[in-house]
Design a protein around this ligand. Structure first.
Ligand SMILES: NC(=O)c1ccc[n+]([C@@H]2O[C@H](COP(=O)([O-])OP(=O)(O)OC[C@H]3O[C@@H](n4cnc5c(N)ncnc54)[C@H](OP(=O)(O)O)[C@@H]3O)[C@@H](O)[C@H]2O)c1
Length: 246
């Protein structure tokens, strides 16, 4: 099924765990995929090669998203080189899990830069450039409504972007553009293992009815539904992918 034939999608953090899974899934249903990356160009280029060898269309683009000039250049390059932008999936962000009292000034600035500043610039360009009938999705965390210890700065920075995209859904409805948040529980990626301490993962899994982490392909599948024709009446929603965790 080529539900996304003729659609161009920009995936920020496209060489990350969930970004790459989403790139593969959307390319497999016909989308032309712009794989954004910041570092590790070899992963982004290998992913593009893999998609092309499987019969899809993809191209890699580099940008630091906390730099407004680079974000504007990225969107302009995707727009001109891929013939427009229909879908933006913003996965790029960072996680930090520390007691509030121990967070350094430098860590605070890094989270503000990578999560809030970058998210603001991406959503602003998405609002300007996504074509009529398009889709915008951001990845967030279930913890914005189900707080856990050591995650206040992380979750607060995501909540800021949640509010921006939910407001955008009101502004862009007249263009038939949908805008939604996917609020994630634990998803089994390398980033999770690197940033969330094991005791916290065990604690969250023990409170999760499905008693496991999610898989990046389950996130990619949900995104494929939301950006496809069947997702066209869903907008302004925070959709929770948590294995039942309230
Ligand atoms: N895994 C989970 O359980 C879970 C749960 C809730 C939410 N999330 C969120 O879901 C998203 C995807 O997670 P993931 O596991 O796929 O993460 P990941 O593998 O770490 O991928 C994140 C990507 O974002 C990029 N990035 C971050 N800040 C950037 C910036 N300022 N400019 C450009 N690129 C930037 C990273 O680039 P670099 O490689 O250069 O750093 C990386 O490619 C993240 O926002 C994560 O916080 C994850």
């Amino acid at each position: 099924m080529n539900q996304l034939n003729g659609k161009t999608v920009l995936i920020t953090g496209g060489n990350g765990g969930m970004g790459a899974a989403t790139a593969r899934r959307l390319a497999a249903i016909g989308a032309h995929v712009a794989v954004h990356y910041r570092s590790k160009p070899e992963i982004a280029h290998a992913l593009v090669t893999e998609i092309i060898q499987a019969g899809g269309k993809a191209k890699a683009f580099n940008a630091e998203l906390s730099d407004v000039t680079q974000v504007r250049s990225l969107f302009a390059a995707v727009d001109s080189q891929m013939g427009g932008i229909d879908i933006v999936v913003h996965t790029a962000a960072m996680g930090i899990f520390k007691p509030h009292a121990d967070i350094t000034d430098n860590e605070f600035e890094t989270v503000i830069s990578n999560n809030i500043r970058a998210g603001f610039y991406v959503l602003q360009e998405a609002a300007r450039r996504v074509r009529n009938g398009g889709r915008i999705i951001t990845l967030s965390v279930a913890g914005t409504v189900s707080p856990v210890a050591m995650a206040g700065l992380n979750n607060g920075s995501r909540a800021a972007i949640d509010q921006m995209i939910l407001s955008l859904s009101k502004e862009l409805g007249s263009k038939n553009v949908t805008a939604n948040v996917l609020a994630l529980g634990l998803i089994d990626t390398e980033q999770l293992l690197r940033t969330v301490p094991e005791f916290l993962r065990t604690q969250v899994i023990s409170q999760t009815p499905l008693a496991r982490m999610g898989h990046p392909n389950e996130v990619a599948g949900t995104i494929a539904f939301l950006v496809g024709p069947d997702g066209g009446f869903i907008t302004g929603q925070v959709i929770r992918l948590t294995g039942g965790l309230i």
